[in-house]
Design a protein around this ligand. Sequence first.
Ligand SMILES: NC(=O)C1=CN([C@@H]2O[C@H](COP(=O)(O)OP(=O)(O)OC[C@H]3O[C@@H](n4cnc5c(N)ncnc54)[C@H](OP(=O)(O)O)[C@@H]3O)[C@@H](O)[C@H]2O)C=CC1
Ligand SMILES: O=C([O-])CC(=O)C(=O)O
Length: 260
Amino acid sequence: MKIGLIGCGNIGQFLLESLNMDSFLDGSRIDAVFVRDKKGYEDLANRCRTRLYDDFQAFLQSDTDLIIEAATVQSVKQYAPDILRHGKDILIISVGALADRSFFEELKALSELNGRKIYLPSGAIGGLDVLKAAQSTGQLESVTLTTRKPASSLTDEPVESEQVLFDGPAFEAISQFPKNINVSIILSLAGIGAEKTRVKIVADPHVNKNIHAIEAKGDFGKLTLNVENNPMPKNPKTSYLAALSVLSALKNSHDWLEIG
Ligand SMILES: NC(=O)C1=CN([C@@H]2O[C@H](COP(=O)(O)OP(=O)(O)OC[C@H]3O[C@@H](n4cnc5c(N)ncnc54)[C@H](OP(=O)(O)O)[C@@H]3O)[C@@H](O)[C@H]2O)C=CC1
Ligand SMILES: O=C([O-])CC(=O)C(=O)O
């Protein structure tokens, strides 16, 4: 598989190194990387033997089958429609972009029209298999997510003791915290939607992990899941699991065996 990558920050660099240097997936590598400004990325690109682009149209024309977005919610809105129009699959990590219902419908229509697929990795959480199964013909009554992160990842204000910064529906959470709560939108997409999924965001000066507690109830029974994520050194807002989940989604996309 020939892969293109948008964004070469924390997750992007991890993917480049895993696929191009450590050969995580036989026969798959990142051949093209789109950045806003090539300055600062040349050494990494040379080391990982990939090509850098700062012209998006030229990046789209490069010989790739799948584009991975590892940049921002805004960049998904900006680039994903063109990627599908150009007949390429896309893997989106900034899934918060799909909270916007009309954008979601636009991507759905483009995906169908062009026969391309959109991959959404599980990111920094788990339990999506349970929600999808619970929803299949049964009823999910409620899904709640409580995210607790080091205060410095969520606010520039000094925080002495734990503070609830947000309590409300997922679609509002992602619009206020687009770099911190994409997990709430993948949870919404697997479950009962971004209006009904309840989110609480806690800034905690005493933790050094990104902790996501999920509770769901329905006629299947009850789910409680607590994921205590190690943050990534280069961007502590982001959990290591989120980067790993991209590798796992890539592997799933052309594995002979599908689990879950
Ligand atoms: N689904 C999930 O569970 C999770 C999702 N995420 C999301 O994943 C995304 C990536 O995370 P992470 O790697 O840690 O973030 P980083 O901030 O480390 O990297 C993002 C990179 O994107 C680049 N970028 C920003 N805008 C554009 C653009 N328009 N075009 C090209 N490049 C752009 C920036 O580079 P430059 O400034 O040089 O242009 C930056 O280096 C974020 O949106 C994050 O919120 C993170 C964790 C979990
Ligand atoms: O990495 C995490 O723990 C969660 C995160 O930033 C996000 O969902 O945007």
